[in-house]
Design a protein around this ligand. Structure first.
Ligand code: MGD
Ligand code: MGD
Ligand code: SF4
Ligand code: MO
Length: 690
């Protein structure tokens, strides 16, 4: 008999879908689909996860612990299968030795959101590393800049509910590839349009979403700060602002008004590449259409002034009082609604019991290459990677790889597949997928909290991250009771929070209902986070923060360093591939085909003798990337777009696109600047794939 089980998609996506899967008596899964009863999933999945069972049952899934035999970095390295006892003993002995010899901070955990599960991502693992006294990781690779911006301006990472978008009469996707990266917002946009709403896109690239929009505004990369201030300039000049809302709920307005006075349409036109008339039009329509919604996504903050840009965009619904209306406001993230008891889950106080006896140093994950190659006192001598594939996805990857190749670095990788990073491991541990373990899920694109139980049995000897760190803790001799906690214990601890948003939500209720709307408003009443102020900054008001908002072009941009611009005249945007998820589907051949291209404008292609389909090379001082040219107007002149990312090992020469990107940090939040990157393109045959 086939039963239908519930699960949750754990991939790093705002939609956090509720899944249904058919499971037969032997535990074999079939027919994965979106839960029709979930208010945001609405019965469909994205293309990449609709086929997730292909990955689940893939012959290359890791099933047993492995020890390296060959040299580091060889994709075809010989691996020796070992037992769990031997693997865990080896790791524990090596971590002890490292800690004794160099101090515990010589150990570095490296993880991100390979699973968004709260337990598999930030519970037992954190306890383990805190108790060790290992270096702490500053998880900056994705959203820390935008997050810091929202915290400074709004005091909370809260935004519109997706359900409210249907009420908007104008929706602007601002650096947000909704159809590619957030497809469950789309039905709400479709419904809004059916009711007469306009849908506009602000993006240097006319991607899938831009092509489906009523209007597309091709801004220069990194110029959003200037654009947002330019819109404010026009709105204020015409008196279209909402004075009542500003007076009641904001701080620093006078300085902001003064600053925006400098951002005249003509100047902003120059910086953004839009014409002054377009800027005037956006300002007028946005200010005069109530309600208007902005879907801002993380594309905008991946450049040097990305934090200021997010703050300036977030100021627009405040300036115009859009927040007062159902269907008005902005969504960048909803994750601030999920106010778990983090201290209970992660137990940072365990650091006091470590040999260090204090809080450990913080290492920025975006700077992994330099950290592995240059850090001293102590150097990083042991690296434990899980939920991430830094050899492919971290910027300036030539440096990352050089670090991973160090023979004196002991590297453990917890993985489902032999990724680029696993190729540099000393020990690889096989882990479960989200279909195989228990977890608790927040979301960053809606307000439903979900729990999933294992729907399928773990294959081979795969174990979950939680289980592995629990076993390692025993091996290290850690006796604190928190290392005995079960998954259910930890879910209860996470929910034991003072937050009113979690009121009435228990493990038992999650078990029954699978998905529970946070207690953000009464049943049937829309959640309007800032309709009546309610900003959570120290002063309780929206902080315009004018002192931090002055526009300056990024060093690596068309208005940046003249010397660089001369040698590398094209701006590279290596934004998300529509049909994969970072490097997670790197084993799929079609992902290589999709990501192995560079979209280049006909003007730029012609100037270089490049024709559609030609083998080309993108290069700068950091590295090179071989791919095929797709000559198309999708990328505006001066911009090259590479859909990202893939496994580097299946790319020509074993070189991924992050050979080109820089590890320079953003203005706030210590974030990565993937989209501030200058390159040159030229005809070139790819070198052999390794
Ligand atoms: N299909 C798919 N979905 C995904 C992912 C994936 O890899 N594939 N990844 C997931 C992850 S980890 C994340 S963080 C989210 C990210 O979701 P998004 O933020 O939507 O994705 P990005 O591709 O980073 O950027 C969105 C858009 O920003 C544009 N952009 C780049 N620079 C600028 C700029 O300076 N100004 C403006 N206005 N726009 C700019 C890009 O051209 C791109 O179209 O998506 C998640 N969902
Ligand atoms: N050029 C360029 N680089 C980028 C970006 C870009 O847009 N352009 N985007 C950046 C962004 S926004 C992000 S978020 C990062 C994403 O980078 P990563 O967080 O590294 O994401 P993935 O590449 O998808 O790798 C996640 C890995 O986690 C593994 N995994 C999944 N579940 C589990 C589990 O339960 N346990 C363990 N141990 N492993 C698991 C998967 O098998 C997969 O190999 O990439 C960044 N890099
Ligand atoms: S990746 Fe996103 S859209 Fe696709 S199934 Fe998972 S949560 Fe849903
Ligand atoms: Mo991300």
């Amino acid at each position: 008999m086939t039963t239908v089980r519930h699960s949750v998609c754990a991939l790093d996506c705002p939609d956090t879908c509720s899944l249904l899967i058919n499971v037969d008596e032997a535990g074999q899964g079939s027919k994965l689909r979106g839960n029709p009863d979930h208010p945001v999933t609405r019965g469909f999945l994205c293309g990449k996860v609709a086929r997730y069972l292909e990955r689940e049952y893939h012959p290359d899934r890791l099933l047993y612990p492995l020890r390296r035999r060959g040299p580091k970095g060889e994709a075809q390295a010989e691996w020796e299968r070992i037992g769990w006892n031997e693997a865990l003993d080896t790791i524990a002995a090596k971590l002890k030795q490292t800690s004794d010899e160099f101090g515990p901070e010589a150990i570095l955990p490296y993880s991100y959101a390979g699973t968004m599960g709260t337990l598999q991502g930030s519970s037992m693992d954190r306890r383990f590393f805190h108790r060790l006294g290992a270096s702490r990781l500053d998880r900056t690779i994705c959203s820390s800049t935008g997050g810091a911006a929202l915290m400074l301006s709004q005091g909370a990472k809260l935004g519109m509910e997706p359900e409210q978008f249907v009420h908007a009469k104008l929706i602007i996707a601002w650096g947000a590839n909704v159809l590619g990266t957030n497809v469950h917002l789309w039905p709400f946009i479709v419904e809004a349009r059916r009711r007469g709403a306009k849908f506009w896109v602000i993006d240097p690239v006319k991607n899938r979403t831009g092509r489906a929009a009523d209007r597309h505004f091709a801004v220069n990369p990194g110029s959003d700060l200037a654009l947002a201030l330019g819109l404010a300039h026009i709105i204020l000049k015409n008196g279209w602002e909402d004075r009542r809302y500003i007076d009641a709920h904001t701080a620093g307005f006078a300085d902001y008004e003064k600053l925006s006075a400098d951002y005249t349409p003509d100047r902003v036109a120059e910086w953004t590449g839009l014409c002054a008339c377009e800027i005037e039009e956006i300002a007028r329509v946005y200010a005069q259409t109530k309600p208007a919604a902005i879907r801002l996504n993380y594309g905008v903050q991946r450049s040097e002034r990305g934090g200021a840009a997010v703050r300036a965009v977030a100021a627009l619904p405040v300036l115009t009082g859009q927040w007062r209306h159902e269907g008005g406001g902005l969504q960048l993230s909803t994750s601030g609604g999920f106010q778990f008891n983090r201290a209970g889950l992660e137990q940072p106080d365990l650091q006091k019991l470590s040999p260090l006896g204090r809080e450990a140093r913080l290492i920025n994950m975006t700077e992994l290459g330099a950290e592995l190659l240059e850090r001293t006192a102590p150097p990083v001598k042991a690296l434990v990677v899980y939920n991430s594939n830094p050899a492919a996805i971290a910027p300036n990857s030539a440096r990352v790889v050089a670090g991973l190749k160090r023979r004196d670095l002991f590297t453990v990788v917890l993985e489902q597949f032999l990724t680029d990073t696993a190729d540099y491991a000393d020990i690889v541990l096989p882990v479960t997928t989200f279909l195989e373990h228990t977890d608790l899920y927040l979301a960053y694109g809606h307000y439903y909290l979900q729990m999933a139980r294992p729907a399928l049995p773990a294959p081979g000897e795969a174990k979950s991250n939680v289980e592995i760190f629990r076993l390692l803790a025993k091996r290290m001799g850690f006796r604190e009771p928190c290392f005995d906690d079960s998954e259910d214990d930890m879910i209860r601890q996470a929910l034991a929070s003072e937050s009113p948003f979690l009121e009435g939500i228990t493990l038992e209720r999650l078990e029954r209902e699978h998905s529970v709307r946070l207690s953000i408003s009464q049943q049937g009443v829309p959640f309007l986070p800032f309709a009546d102020g309610g900003f959570a900054t120290p002063v309780g008001k929206f902080e315009f923060g004018a002192e931090a908002l002055k526009y300056a072009p990024a060093a690596e941009s068309r208005f940046g360093s003249a010397e660089l611009k001369l040698r590398f005249p094209l701006e590279l945007i290596s934004s998300k591939n529509d049909d994969s998820m970072n490097s997670t589907f790197g084993h799929r051949a079609e992902v290589d085909a999709q990501t192995g291209v560079a979209e280049i404008n006909p003007v730029d292609a012609a100037a270089r003798g490049i024709m559609d389909g030609d083998a080309i090379r993108l290069r700068n001082d950091r590295g090179q990337y071989f791919c095929r040219a797709r000559v198309a107007v999708h990328a505006k002149p001066g911009v090259v777009r590479v859909p990202s990312t893939r496994w580097a090992k299946t790319a020509p020469g074993g070189l991924g696109v992050n050979q080109l990107t820089s590890s320079r940090l953003t203005d706030i939040g210590g974030g990565a600047t993937f989209y501030s990157c200058l390159v040159e393109a030229e005809l070139a045959q790819p070198t052999e794939s390794r």
